[in-house]
Structure formats: C-alpha cells, structure tokens
Design a protein around this ligand. Structure first.
Ligand code: F3S
Length: 391
C-alpha cells in the first residue's frame, strides 16, 4: 500500500504512539481489503459508545489514547450511549451509569462532538460525493444510498483511527466500480408505511448477503421510509448501500428477485414475537427521529394522554430535540418521553422491568429479542400511538 512521506513518518512513530497505532490499524485494514492508498475523509462517526454494548474491555485502551493528548483531526460524531440524562439516568444502577459517564469523558477528551445519535446526518448532512468513515450501519446505508456520500461500514476502532488520522483506506465502496448494483429487486408488494419499509429491509438483508441491489417499485418513498429500509437491511445482512432511483441501470443483465406482499407480511409476523399486544414500552425513533417525524408525532398525539401502565419513548438527537422543541413540548405534555443520547436497544430495558417492546422499527424488532431479552411487536406508528394513548 502506498504511503506518502508524511504517512510513513506517522507509521514509524515520529508523531507519537497514538497516531502510530491508528495509522498501523488503517494500513493493516487497507492491506486486508486491497487498498492502494489512504484517502482524506470529511467526517467520521464512531459506534461502540454505549457501555451496554461495548463493555469494560476497551475502556483502558481508549483511556490511554485520550491521556496521550491526541484528538480527532476531522469533525467526528458519536453513536448513542446507554442512557438519557433527563429520563433514565436515575432509574439505572449507579455502577453502570458511572462506567458510561467515564466512557463519555474519554470520547470528550479525544475531541468528539457529544452528539450521541445514530442519525449524524441530521446534524450535518454530508455533501454528495464526500468520503466519510462512519461506523453506524444504518447511517452508512443512508449516507451511501440517499445522500450520495461514500463510506464503508467501519467498525468502532477503524472509525476512531480514521477520525484521528483524518483518512481511510481507499477500498470497498470508496471506489466507484464497487458501488454498482449486482441484483435487481422488483418490489411488487405495496409498502404502506415505515414498518413495511423496515420489513422489506429485513427480508432483503437476509437474502442479499453483500450484493448491492437496485430496488425498483418504491412509490415516492419519504426519506424516513428509506431510513427504515436501510437500517433494517444493514441489521439483517451486510449490504451497505442500495440504489432506488437510477432506472437506466435496468439495462444491465442482472439477476432479478421479486418481493411480494406475502414476503412483507411473513417478515412482519417473524418480527412480532410477543403473544399478547400489551407492551411495557412503546418505542419510536430507531433510527433517531428527524424533525419532521417529531412534528408528525406531535400532531398525531394532539391532546391525547399516555396510558398509566405503558411507557412511551420517542428517541432523537439533542440537536433535533432542540430544533423541534415546540413539538417536543406538545409530545411531553401527553406523558410521552422524548429521549436523547440513547435508544431502547442500547439501554438496559431489562433493568427497567421492560419485557415487551412495541415499535415501528424493524431494526429494533430484529435486535430486541437478543439485545434486550424482550418480546417484540412490530407495527406502524399509527398503531403504536393507538396502543400508547388513552381512549
Ligand atoms: Fe439508532 Fe438505537 Fe436504532 S442506535 S439505529 S436507535 S438501535
């Protein structure tokens, strides 16, 4: 792999061991995936921020990086952590809260923005064609497919190394040739809402392996529908982007797969594991809500009130919560909680006594049985609201 003189000096440790270790990590990855060089990135986004999913093991390593005084060299954001300061901190065991706060401090020392969101693109939308090093799989698919930015699905450590060096190996879908569709998906099933889009993502994620699809037949999807599709696609499989608007690509002789109504229905049914439809928690905001979603939820709630025996969480970034604060106030007046910094999947719902989660997110429904030891009910937003609200 070719390195510039400067990169070689970093590799040889002339700029300290932190940069050296990060450079070595990037070179190793580059060699593994056939990169010929490193390329500059405009933004980095690191996952593995929640103490629940990260655990204790990497804390010492991160702490030693931070105490060496090194900082990120590009704008770098963080994925959700394991609690919301306003609504969950006091309800969780003190030792877990303390461990999470220590991790947050380390990331702060390293110069990361305390964004704690899986939708960093609502804070700063990457420009079309920009190279990124993002590690949240739902954000990776959204960036590549909807925003036209270019990023591989990084792991937490490689995104961290890229954030510090400001570069990433030029491989995978940083190369135009690797971004072409390999298969055509004809969606014959009518997709009526965001949960259907998520179910399509799970269905495709399981059969596509890492093949980039051209998905045909989507009827004027909202960006938020595509967000659900991409998040689910990346949860159930290894696909990091999809095409959905370039019909010229159809001319290619590619394998075709049809998606019928029964495929969507069956996937929805698989993602509902609960035998009763009475959840402990109704959760919306996976991936974190846009301002438009917050506004829509507020309008749909109207003067409604949340039932006494159910929690209703809506997750968004601090940035979106602040931007949509008038609507947030309306939502919170109903008894629902607008959480920032976290989500139902990366917090300890089991420690809050939550055994059944109703959600409009196929990604959450896919992960919650294992990561939350919870039963799930996947249903559209309208139904989530019907369940959460009185009357
Ligand atoms: Fe985001 Fe949590 Fe879903 S991190 S993508 S809301 S599982």
């Amino acid at each position: 792999m070719y390195l510039t003189k400067e990169e070689e000096r970093i590799y040889n440790g002339e700029y300290g061991w932190t940069k050296q270790i990060c450079m070595k990590m990037l070179v190793k990855l580059g060699e593994l995936f056939g990169a010929s060089k490193l390329i500059p990135i405009e933004l980095a986004h690191v996952s593995g921020v929640s103490y629940k999913t990260l655990g204790e093991a990497p804390t010492d390593f991160l702490e030693s990086l931070a105490s060496a005084g090194e900082k990120v060299s590009v704008e770098a954001t963080l994925n959700p952590q394991s609690f919301d300061l306003k609504h969950l901190k006091e309800r969780l065991p003190g030792n877990l809260v303390k461990a999470q706060l220590k991790l947050c401090e380390i990331f702060d020392k390293l110069g990361f923005e305390p964004s704690f969101t899986c939708t960093p693109y609502y804070i700063k939308t990457p420009r079309k064609g920009a190279h990124l090093a993002w590690a949240e799989s739902s954000a990776v698919v959204y960036a590549n497919s909807v925003l036209g930015a270019w990023t591989n699905r990084e792991g937490g450590p490689s995104a961290l190394a890229a954030a510090i060096i400001g570069k990433t190996p030029n491989c995978g879908i940083h190369k135009a040739a690797n971004r072409k569709p390999k298969i055509i998906i004809e969606v014959e099933a009518p997709l009526k809402n965001e949960a259907d889009y998520g179910a399509l993502g799970i269905f495709l994620g399981k059969i596509l392996e890492d093949k980039i699809p051209l998905i045909k037949g989507l009827k004027n999807p909202l960006a938020e529908d595509l967000k659900q599709l991409g998040a689910a696609l990346a949860s159930a499989g290894m696909v990091n982007m999809f095409h959905y608007r370039d019909n010229a690509l159809e001319a290619k002789k590619l394998e075709k797969i049809m998606v019928e109504t029964k495929n969507i229905k069956e996937t929805m049914a698989e993602l509902t594991t609960a035998s009763i439809s009475k959840p402990d928690l109704v959760f919306v905001g996976c991936p974190h809500c846009s301002t438009r979603e917050i506004r829509r939820i507020a309008n749909m709630i109207g003067a409604g009130k949340v039932k006494d025996d159910v929690e209703f969480w809506i997750c968004a970034s601090r940035f979106v919560k602040e931007k949509a604060k008038t609507f947030v106030q309306k939502i919170e007046a109903s008894g629902a909680k607008v959480l920032t910094d976290t989500c139902a999947v990366v917090t300890w719902t089991d420690k809050l006594g939550i055994k059944t989660i109703m959600t409009n997110s196929a990604k959450t429904a896919h992960y919650a049985p294992t990561l939350n030891k919870a039963e799930t009910i996947l249903t559209p937003l309208k139904e989530c609201l019907k369940t959460a609200l009185k009357g």
